[in-house]
Design a protein around this ligand. Structure first.
Ligand code: URA
Length: 214
């Protein structure tokens, strides 16, 4: 069953209907050509998790492994996220996990596909899918992972270092911004980054989000 509009805020003649359930939305997103990223990728990587989730986690974009498998956070960053969620006592299976951009943006280095930060246009083009996911899941708490997801939802002035871990009201839910697990994987002691400290801070932010659900 569908209701008229307003998935893309388009004019009446091009309006796309907002499906009533995530499966229908996922099927619709599978054919997305709203930006050029679909051309060189394997598939749209849509969110996964229960439609009744009280917690939604939003990352940046799928990586190489996610692109191949068609699910978010199943690669190295996902494994670190799982480890941190475990330590924070937050069940991933109860959460809905998605990304601000649903196609992998990369460049080739030889045969390797190297992650490229998505551009503002990619985030804008993909936003209706995220809005629709949030409209259907109706979470209580939204956790943004990294600067891209934070900026996508809070605007360009969002500063991850100053604002991470601080819950704030956002629309009719509570948003908790935190760092991206990839930042921990890339921790560089030469730049004063301590992996264990970063991991502990990440776990503390996840715990903050988890406590808001209790
Ligand atoms: N990084 C993200 O932001 N999302 C994924 O799904 C995987 C890696």
């Amino acid at each position: 069953m569908t209701e008229p509009l307003d998935l893309f805020g388009d004019t009446a003649d091009t309006a796309t209907e907002l499906p009533h359930d995530l499966d229908a939305l996922r099927a619709q997103a599978a054919g997305c050509t709203r930006c050029e990223l679909y051309q060189d990728t394997t598939q749209t990587v849509f969110g996964t998790g229960p439609a009744t989730a009280r917690l939604v986690m939003v990352g940046e974009q799928p990586g190489d492994q996610e692109d191949r498998e068609g699910a978010p956070f199943v690669g190295p960053a996902g494994r670190l996220l799982d480890e941190a969620l475990d330590e924070a006592g937050v069940a991933r299976d109860d959460a809905y996990v998605t990304n601000a951009v649903k196609h992998f943006n990369f460049r080739y280095q030889g045969k390797r596909r190297i992650h490229e930060t998505p551009k503002a246009g990619h985030i804008r083009a993909c936003r209706p899918w995220l809005d629709a996911e949030l409209a259907l899941v109706k979470p209580q708490v939204l956790l943004t992972l990294g600067a891209t997801a934070g900026k996508a939802l809070l605007g360009p002035k969002f500063r991850i270092t100053a604002e991470r871990g601080e819950p704030r009201p956002w629309n009719d839910l509570t948003l908790v911004p935190t760092i991206h697990p990839s930042a921990i994987l890339r921790a560089d002691p030469a730049r004063g980054q301590d992996r264990d400290e970063m991991f502990a801070g990440f776990v503390a932010d996840l715990r903050t989000a988890g406590e808001l659900l209790r």
